[in-house]
Structure formats: structure tokens, C-alpha cells
Design a protein around this ligand. Sequence first.
Ligand code: PFF
Ligand code: NA
Length: 455
Amino acid sequence: MAENNQQAGNPAQWSSRFAFIMAAVGSAVGLGNIWKFPYITGENGGGAFVLVYLACIAVIGLPLMMAEVMLGRRGGKSPIGTMERVAATEGRSKGWGGIGIMATLAAFLILSFYSVIAGWTMPYIVSAVSGEFSGIAAEESGALFGGLLASPGELLLWHSIFMGLTVLVSAGGVRHGLERAVTKLMPALFVLLLILVGYAMTTGHFGEAVSFLFTPDFSALTAEAVLVALGHAFFTLSLASGAMMAYGAYLKKDVSIARTSVVVAIMDTGVALLAGLAIFPIVFANGLEPGAGPGLIFVTLPVAFGQMPGGSFFASLFFVLLLFAAWTSSISMLESLVSYLNEKGVSRVKAAIGGGLVAWLVGITTVLSLNEWSGFTPLDMFARFEGKTLFDLYDYLTANIMMPLGALFTAIFVGWKMKPEHSAGELGGWHKVWFPVIRYLSPIALLIVFYFNLK
Ligand code: PFF
Ligand code: NA
């Protein structure tokens, strides 16, 4: 093995561009696409929200992804180590390491509640396999979901299993299992979504869903909705949370960062739009509420599967794939912290177990937010946070505050503090387009969104 290192290159690197794409897509595609995107689109009125979200991906998300992967590759360390090192090479203050610290914290906080939601897929796999969804009506499906949320014990069990799975891969090193799993599972998820969209077309409400998703009604758009769309652009692309920076550190020098980022962003957006096209026809066909919130897919999809020939099989497969999609994302959330602790001399195994344990503990407060503590809304004195449970607050704080702020500082760093020759060396010909966008357009767009939300 040891004598092979030379030939195999750095063992801590992705084996190919394809491997990096798979890992990055694995991180990007997750609950954000299939669970969160449809329900926040429903809550924020559809078309106009979707359009703003797509604009955020193109103008801010994609350029930021290129920036983060580029920083990661230059720094070659954990997000915190990378930011400190790159800042030092640029002759800038070590304080820029703060970008890495905030990203690591955001990822960690996201992991705590993400694990709880990902846990939901497991009882759904059990129900699907045992044929419980066949012929199920919307009310029954709603009751089933309600029953799950009402049971802290059950939620805790699945949350614990999911966190265990995350720690398991993270402890073993991300590269090993991840590449293999993602190459098979992501295409399967894609195909299954296409089948679901095919089914959705038969409901007779496909046109209604298409116009809901793609006919913008800007009168329905609030400043808050724009902030949610922006926050989701970061969340869905795994930005401002260290994941892409950490993975970028394992990327070989000869891979085009720009082209690779474009592929990842397109795949992620494609999955989100397919999920919307699969879910909303079912929502409308069954007289369900598009703004139903976090339970949207868990209530609607069983109804659809229950009416499909072979529904139990497809339902089982779907929730298994969703579980895997969430898993490849959660692994990347832990990577910022684990790689940092690893740099500080803690073994990967210890770092993964320790980090997972604390995230698991924090996750318990999300479990309780869904039932016993559903009335505990500690920040009611601020209008912005009114009625938000701890779970709602973690989500809001990460996606709508920490990630946009982290993005702003990152854009300022690469656009104004880093020598353009250095970023050009990493990005090649794309630099000409990318640089003005990240220097002017992205920060200005971010500041405008902040301004209207603070007003
Ligand atoms: N991009 C993931 C999703 O859409 O589900 C969520 C995510 C993964 C956020 C990794 C942050 C992160 F570091
Ligand atoms: Na995503």
C-alpha cells in the first residue's frame, strides 16, 4: 500500500473529477431538494418565489460555489484552516478564519435538525414495505404523519440511528464509502423522481402545478420570501457551511472548478424542480394545502404511492433513496468540524464520534420542538422570530442569517482581499466572468436583500 502512494497520488484526494462531482452532488442533493424546496415554495406562493430562487442560484450561489471550491483547493485544509492559510498567503488578517468558524458552526447546527428530519424516512420505509400506504386517503396519511411527530420516543430512535450512520462514514474517512454509494444512488433517485413525475401527470392536475411553479405573481412576493429563497440557494448547494470548501481541499489541480460547479448546480436544481413537479399535482389532486409546511411530502407522497400500481415497491425505494440522499449530505456537514479537529491532532474516529454526539444532543431539542415543546417559542419578543420553535429558529438562523452573512464575507474576501491573479490561476478562462460577479453583483445583491429585511 505504502509504495503505492506515489502512483495513487495523495491518498486524501478524490480519485477523479467524476469522484468529486459525485461527492459534491451527494452533498448538495438531499432533503433540501425533495423535502424543503417543495414546502417552502408552497408556503411562499409558488412561481415568483421559484424565479427568485433560480436567480439566487445563478447570480449568488454558483459563483459562491466556485469561490468556495477554489479557496478549499488553495488552502488544502479544513474550512477554518483553509481560510486562515489563504488569508495569510494574501497578507490578510487571520480574522478571515472567522468565515470558516461560522461555516463550521452553521453546518453543525444544520446537522442537528437535519438528522431528525432524515430520521422520518425510516418509519416511512417500514410503512411502505408493509403495504400501509396502499389506497391511503389524504386524511389518513396526515394522521400517520401527525402520529409520528407526536411521539418523541419514536423520533429520538430514528434520529439516533441516522446520526449513527453519519458518524460511521465520517469516522472512516469520507472518500471511501461515499464515492461508491453516490454513483449508484443518485442516478436511481433521479429515475424514481421521473417515474413520480410521470404519475403526477396522470392526476389531471399537472397543468395546475406547472402554472403554480412557473407563473410568477410578484404581488405575492415579500422581502422575507426573497430572504428565504436566498437562504435556500445556499442551503441546497451546501454553501457557507464549509462542505464545498472541505471537499474542494481534496480536489486535484487539473480539474476545472467552474465547469464542475456548473454541473453540480444544474443537477441540484434539476432534482428540486422534478420534486416540485412530482409533488404539487398530487397536492392539488387531493385538495391538500400547498403551504402545509414541513410535512408536505410526507403527507402527499404516500397518497400517490397508495394509488399507483406497484406503489409499495416504489414507495419503499423512494424513501430508501431519500434516506441515502440525506446521508450523503449529512456526512458533508460533519466534515468541516471533523477535518478541523483532525488538523488539531484529534483522530477522525474521535472527532466524528464527539461531533456527532453533540449534534445528536442538540437534535433532541428539535425532536421536542415537534411535540412537547411545540409551544416553546423563546424569541417571541422579536417580530421576526415570533411563533418559532427551537427547530424553526435553527433553520432560520442558519439559512437566513448565518449563510447569507458567510456568503457576503466570502464574496468580499475573494472579490476584494485576494489577488485576482491567484483566483485566476485556479479558475482559468472563467475568471473573466466570475470575478466581476463575485466582486460586485453578488455582494450588492446580498446587501439589497439584507437591507429590505432589516428595514
Ligand atoms: N445541500 C443539502 C440539501 O439540500 O439537503 C443540505 C446541506 C448539506 C447543507 C451540507 C449544508 C451542508 F454543509
Ligand atoms: Na440541495
